[in-house]
Design a protein around this ligand. Structure first.
Ligand SMILES: Nc1ncnc2c1ncn2[C@@H]1O[C@H](COP(=O)(O)OP(=O)(O)OP(=O)(O)O)[C@@H](O)[C@H]1O
Length: 363
């Protein structure tokens, strides 16, 4: 189901502008604080009335300022999950979920009550009251309630930002399952690169109210065509790999892109599972000759696609590894010393230990 979104709004100290068409899946709106991410969600939900805008979800036209159309929030069939669960404190978890279901008003649910309770692991919580839930449990209930209202689109605004690292890690697999098993498109706001790299199919990069880039997550984090769209702190690759085995002796998971192995610390997934790995551009080293006697386990043949030199001492080198984007952040001095230029074949070295747990996701 396509989502057509066009918003233009002038705040006293910022101009918001976004135009895009989305084709389902999970789209992350990513950018620093104040970029305008939440304002986009608010406009989509009908809580902010833009100066100019158009929103169409599938066949349903929800907003067209030119034609004077703006469907009321309650009738948009859009679910909203916030930083905190916002559950009804006097109701049990089951009653909170049933409240969501009642709002579906007969529209087909993406998943029935019981399968959704199972997917979100809510079975043991149904009789509890919100005050007794942990932050992560509360967010799962909030998600369930939103999905049971049969939304055409789910909005999630920094749903992990109020949680500590452990709770975030517990919740992320549920979000992955939701993305992969429930067909509801999701607009997901976050300023956290590890979260976005792990979850997003598509990334909208926002800065100062403007849409700076849009595309598949791997392309946007690699810096796009010109390599200068992404800030150096978040540039990196998202590699899609398949689990090939586990080395018991060394405690390493073998993943593969085609026939090429990539070793990841710990046991992750089962043989045949699809994983996505985030490689920070600063953790990738480049060598022209096949290296001998080095500790890094992952030596990936790659071809230089482009080089974007920043204003400082660094440069972002975009590479192709078997059809997937890799990106290395190196010094301009190394670019010169290695004679890096588009088309050059070389080796990208990635330390296994740099692929930490939070950089490994599914799907
Ligand atoms: N109701 C409002 N009135 C005036 N200006 C607003 C309003 N809402 C948003 N803005 C302007 O838009 C900017 C971006 O706000 P928004 O909350 O959308 O950003 P964000 O990217 O979600 O940031 P954060 O992660 O900090 O919430 C604000 O700094 C402000 O300039």
């Amino acid at each position: 189901m396509s989502i057509l979104l066009s918003l233009h709004h002038r705040f006293p100290d910022m101009e918001l502008s976004i135009d895009c068409t989305l084709e389902g899946g999970l789209t992350a709106i990513f950018g620093p604080s104040g970029a305008g991410k939440t304002s986009v969600l608010r406009a989509v939900a009908g809580l902010l009335h833009p100066d100019q805008g158009r929103l169409q979800i599938g066949e349903r036209l929800l907003l067209d300022t030119g034609a004077g159309i703006s469907v009321a929030t309650a009738d948009r069939r859009i679910g909203y999950v916030f930083q905190e669960p916002r559950l009804f404190p006097h109701m049990t978890v089951a009653a909170n979920l049933r409240y969501g279901e009642a709002r579906a008003k007969g529209h087909a649910l993406p998943l029935g009550f019981d399968p959704l309770v199972a997917l979100l692991g809510l079975g043991d919580l149904l009789k509890r009251r919100p005050a007794t839930l942990s932050g992560g449990e509360g967010q799962r209930v909030a998600l369930g309630r939103a999905l049971l209202s049969a939304p055409d689109l789910l909005l999630m605004d920094e749903p992990l930002s109020a949680l500590d690292t452990r709770r975030k890690a517990e919740l992320l697999p549920y979000f992955e399952r939701l993305r992969d098993q429930v067909g509801v498109p999701i607009l997901y706001v976050s300023h956290d690169v590890s979260e976005v790299a792990r979850l997003a199919d598509t990334v909208i990069l926002m800065e100062k109210g403007q849409m700076r880039a849009i595309g598949p997550a791997a392309d946007v984090f690699a810096g796009g065509e010109t390599g200068d769209q992404i800030s150096r702190d978040v540039a990196g690759a998202i590699l899609h790999v398949i689990v090939a085995g586990y080395d018991e002796r060394d405690g390493l998971t073998e993943a593969r892109i085609g026939q090429h192995p990539i070793w990841v610390p710990g046991r992750v997934g089962a043989v045949g599972d699809r994983l996505r790995l985030r490689l920070d551009a600063r953790d990738v080293m480049l060598m022209r000759e096949l290296p001998q006697g080095i500790s890094a386990l992952n030596v990936l043949p790659a071809t230089v696609l482009g080089i974007a030199a920043g204003p400082g001492s660094g440069a972002l080198v975009r590479l192709d590894h078997q059809g997937q984007a890799l990106v290395a952040r190196v010094t301009k001095r190394s670019v010169r010393a290695l004679g890096l230029k588009p088309g050059l074949a070389l080796h990208a070295i990635v330390k296994s230990m740099s692929v930490t747990q939070e950089r490994v996701g599914t799907g």
